[in-house]
Design a protein around this ligand. Structure first.
Ligand code: NCD
Length: 426
């Protein structure tokens, strides 16, 4: 296997050794400033090359962790119970080591996501992107991720233009589409429907959101984002405090994220919602392990104060009866005033998006858009390397990606948004 870039190696080491950049730098006998320069992409102006002795030392530390080169080969996630093959349906398929394996590949793929490199490892492969519910970022980013690996994408959106409107079953649709493509992403309004889809095919099926059930790829990109933000802030996932705010009952992203985070140790979860939109008991039960503390609250002002991450969700009106919800009021608007009065100065502000930006909405407000703690667009950007990594593993090209990369010949902006800080490299 080709050796990874310095950045990929050091990031992988910090995750697997469970240390901050300060701690790894100290272990290697260098200042945090020096170590930071080694962590940058190699085309960054401040990048510097680490001495060979340091690279060897880090490789040695990793080899000590895996004495028999026992790194996971093959899929970083387990087969879903009762379903064959390589489907990704739920975050319960993951252990911590599998996540580290997936994130390592996502780091390798970052230069492609940032349009500096290209690959054609999936040339000839076709993806079906079947979305029976509204979507912008999940559908486009899964499609873009597949294209950036060299594949092609066929889309269908909504029931109206699909044969399900004619009464076709999920299993017939699944079998038919499987004859046309090499991987399938499905989003569907019913919980459990994507697993049903997977039961009828041997082609890998990825859950793009099953009603109020799960959204595993979103949780993976959220976790990857939290780790990258924490890396800059010198924090670790173990022992951190995550507050989830808003519609925790129907918001599938928080169901998946809470279960994924529960693989780490000693976290504090503060679940802030009106009682009618509380986190389902089943999710809380699954996350009640590894010494986590779970606190339920109904008022953001009181509950946010020590959170390292404040993860806001949209009220899922499409899954709610029209009546007003008791306890849901403007206290739940996450705006500049609330963050100033209730949050830590180094809080990471997250949201899976879309947010409802209408003036009467109870959601994440736009007056935080210039606040560097707002990680929402770093989150969406991270959807590409994470989804590329999922496809690369599902289709067995994970080992080919790195050596297949060549320089991208076209022009692209260094930072994509006018308000981006340009620190996403860090
Ligand atoms: C979320 C979803 O669809 O679950 N969006 C997304 O995929 N990023 C969140 C939402 O719709 O509120």
């Amino acid at each position: 296997m080709q050796s990874p870039t310095q950045q990929v190696l050091f990031r992988d080491a910090m995750r697997r050794l469970n240390v901050t950049r300060e701690q790894l730098g100290a272990q290697l006998g260098v200042t945090t400033e020096q170590f930071r320069a080694w962590l940058l992409p190699d085309d960054s102006a401040e990048f510097s090359t680490a001495p060979e002795s340091v690279v060897n030392r880090v490789n040695q530390l990793l080899n000590n962790l895996y004495p028999s080169d026992g790194k996971i080969l093959g899929l970083p996630w387990a087969e879903p119970i009762g379903l064959g093959s390589r489907h990704l349906i739920s975050v319960v398929q993951f252990e911590r080591e599998g996540i580290e394996e997936l994130f390592r590949l996502a780091d390798i793929l970052q230069p492609i996501a940032r349009r500096r490199k290209v690959t054609r490892v999936l040339e000839g492969a076709v993806l079906a992107n079947l979305f029976f519910e509204a979507s912008t970022r999940t559908r486009v980013s899964f499609g873009s991720a597949f294209c950036r690996l060299g594949g092609a994408v066929c889309d269908t959106t909504g029931f109206t233009f699909s044969s399900m409107a004619k009464g076709e079953s999920i299993s017939d649709t699944s079998r038919v589409v499987s004859g046309y493509v090499d991987a399938i992403v499905v989003r569907h309004p019913e919980q459990g429907s994507v697993a049903e889809f997977a039961r009828a095919t041997n082609v890998p099926v990825i859950n793009g959101g099953d009603g109020p059930g799960e959204h595993p790829s979103q949780a993976l990109l959220d976790l990857y984002t939290i780790q990258r933000e924490f890396s800059r802030l010198g924090k670790l996932l173990d022992g951190c405090h995550v507050a989830m705010v808003g519609d925790l009952k129907f918001g599938r992203t928080v169901h998946s994220l809470m279960q994924l985070l529960s693989l780490y140790r000693g976290l504090k979860f503060t679940l802030i919602s009106p009682p009618a939109l509380a986190m389902p008991e089943a999710v809380i039960d699954m996350a009640s392990c590894n010494g986590h503390v779970i606190e339920i609250a109904a008022d953001p002002i009181q509950a946010l104060h020590s959170a390292d991450v404040a993860y806001v969700t949209r009220i899922q009106k499409e899954r709610l009866p029209g009546e007003p919800i008791e306890g849901l009021d403007r206290r739940f608007v996450m705006n500049r005033a609330l963050v100033a009065s209730a949050c830590r100065p180094d809080v990471v502000l997250m949201h899976p998006l879309p947010r409802d930006s209408r003036s009467d909405a109870i959601d994440l407000a736009t007056d935080l858009d210039l606040d560097p703690r707002l990680a929402i667009f770093r989150q969406t950007d991270n959807g590409i390397p994470i989804r590329m990594a999922i496809f690369a593993f599902a289709l067995g090209v994970d080992q080919l990606v790195q050596r297949s990369m060549t320089d991208a010949p076209w022009w692209s902006p260094r930072v994509v948004g006018p308000n981006d800080q340009g620190s996403a490299d860090d």
